[in-house]
Design a protein around this ligand. Structure first.
Ligand code: NAD
Length: 496
């Protein structure tokens, strides 16, 4: 069985911990690879390589860094289909979706090409007689990124593009479920001219994560994954003195008002609920139908479901692929029974889809109606192709439900009323808001992040906040005085 190794100091390094994990093709259910699972000593080796590379990389001019990032962009653009195929083979998502993931990740590389502008500081002349002040931002040193299975190419790009462009050296700990994309990225970065040790990959599980959180050389940790682990990473990382941004899970609501175009809303609910088999942190998982539109909206969503072709990600006709593991598929499916037992109606049962009977980790599109906020299928992040419809009487009730939900990642409103939409963006407690846009993932020159239990830490990811996260400010106060004015003065420095 082919082994998936680490990438340390610019080359593949086979693991020596004696521990490996299985990697599957979710469409067939077959194990295709074994991935090395690092020991804390192997994490230390990567940290050492990154530390050795830091002084040289930090001193590399901004023009040279930008040049390398332009080259990364070109190589990734050319090799996008290869990377998409790798993503599909281990994650399961359909090729078009995998290609979209790579494209959205690439936007972060494009953003990083502007690093010379992004790191521009401020300058104030003559703050006191003969005194000028300027601000600069400098890299932190060795930083690490820990990423989830659901975007094995894009989420690493959210992190390393800004981190490295800002002058840091980087250790990526990808998900052990679909680790090959990380090595593809490592090769592309090396081909583009990123020096050895600037970008490293440590394959692993909790052991590697804990070693990253404890290692004194690593100054900052970016994490994306589920809420319990995000909280753990934030608490342990900050306790060890690191800067941490930890993005967690989600329960994203799509509120449909009675004046909305219901066909458009149903198309959006199906696209955003079932795209990538619901394994997106910005997937819509709850449709909140306001007023008397419930029956019509549920009918419109339901009638679209049989038209969605479920199949292997490599099948050009497939629109939705399998789930990541058999265990996850079974857990997702269990919410159909628990929903029914707790009073919901199963409108569409994905277990009845013929693909669900094979060896692959498939579950068909599922729809639950009459869901209430006390049911497990509402309270838990299901992370699969199960859409729940909650019916409410008023806009205020719909917003209250969102605001009372412990998660606050994305939310969307479907309406034709601009005034209500404006009120919504003012009222709603979530980090990313869509108005007639079901998956409002910010473009790379804004920043990505939720509120409440969807994010631990102060800084959102990528974009301007990413640059802030990976740098620290320094203020220089300088004076080039006339020696004739020099004297001893024990008072606090005055500006006037
Ligand atoms: P996960 O939390 O299981 O794993 C994320 C990372 O943490 C992986 O690298 C994994 O190896 C590591 N990890 C797992 N268990 C650990 C433990 N006990 N101790 C230390 N490290 C551990 O998440 P996942 O299943 O890979 O990804 C899906 C989750 O990620 C969903 O909850 C989804 O909402 C979330 N997600 C959030 C965002 C966001 O931007 N907010 C984006 C993508 C995914």
């Amino acid at each position: 069985m082919e082994r998936i190794n680490h990438w340390i100091g610019g080359k593949l390094v086979p693991g020596n911990s004696g521990r490996t994990g299985p990697v599957f093709d979710p469409a067939t259910g077959e194990q295709t690879h074994e991935v090395d699972l690092a020991s804390s000593e192997e994490v230390a080796t990567a940290a050492e390589a990154a530390l050795d590379a830091f002084p040289g990389w930090r001193a590399t001019s901004l023009s040279r860094r930008a040049e390398i990032f332009f080259r990364i962009r070109e190589l990734l653009e050319q090799r996008k289909p290869e990377l998409a195929r790798i993503v599909t083979s281990q994650h399961g998502k359909v090729l078009a979706d995998a290609s979209g993931e790579v494209q959205r990740g690439l936007e972060n590389v494009e953003f990083a090409c502007g690093i010379a502008n992004l790191l521009q500081g401020g300058f104030s002349e003559q703050v006191a007689t003969g005194v000028d002040v300027y601000s600069i931002r400098q890299p932190l040193g060795v930083v690490a990124g820990i990423t989830p299975f659901n975007f094995p190419a894009m989420v690493p790009m959210w992190m390393f593009a800004n981190a490295i462009a800002c002058g840091n050296t980087f250790i990526l700990k990808p998900s052990e479920k679909d680790p090959s994309a990380s090595l593809f990225l490592a090769e592309v970065l090396a081909d583009a001219g990123i020096p050895d040790g600037v970008f490293n990959v440590i394959q692993g599980d909790k052991v590697a994560v804990d070693a990253i959180l404890e290692h004194p050389t690593i100054r900052a940790v970016s994490f994306v994954g589920s809420t319990p682990i995000a909280r753990y990473v934030y608490e342990h990382g900050t306790a060890a003195g690191k800067r941490v941004q930890a993005l967690g899970g989600a329960k994203n609501h799509m509120i449909v008002l009675p004046d909305a175009d219901l066909d458009m809303a149903a198309d959006a609910a199906v696209s955003a609920g079932y795209g990538s088999a619901g394994e997106r942190c910005m997937a819509v998982s709850v449709v909140t139908a306001v007023g008397d539109i419930g029956d019509e909206l549920v009918a419109k969503i339901s009638e679209r479901i049989p038209n969605v072709h479920v199949g292997a990600g490599t099948d050009p006709d497939a629109e939705m692929g399998p789930l990541i593991t058999r265990e996850h598929r079974d857990k997702v499916a269990s919410y159909l029974d628990s929903g029914r037992d707790q009073g919901a109606t199963i409108v569409r049962d994905g277990r009845e889809d013929p693909v669900a009977g094979g060896d692959g980790f498939f579950l068909g599109l599922s729809l639950l109606d009459h869901v209430t906020t006390v049911m497990d299928c509402y309270r838990d992040e299901i992370f699969g192709p199960v859409l729940a419809v909650v019916r409410v009487d008023t806009y205020d009730e719909a917003v209250r439900i969102v605001n009372e939900n412990p998660y606050g990642n994305g939310v969307a409103l479907f309406t034709r009323d601009g005034g209500v939409a404006r009120r919504f963006q003012f009222d709603v407690e979530a980090g990313m808001v869509g108005v007639n846009v079901p998956i409002p993932v910010p473009v790379a020159y804004y920043s990505f992040g939720g509120w409440k239990s969807s994010l631990f830490g102060d800084t959102h990811m990528y974009g301007p906040e990413g640059v802030r996260f990976y740098t620290r400010g320094k203020i220089v106060t300088s004076r080039w005085p006339d020696p004739a004015t020099s004297k001893v003065d024990l008072g606090f420095p005055r500006t006037r």
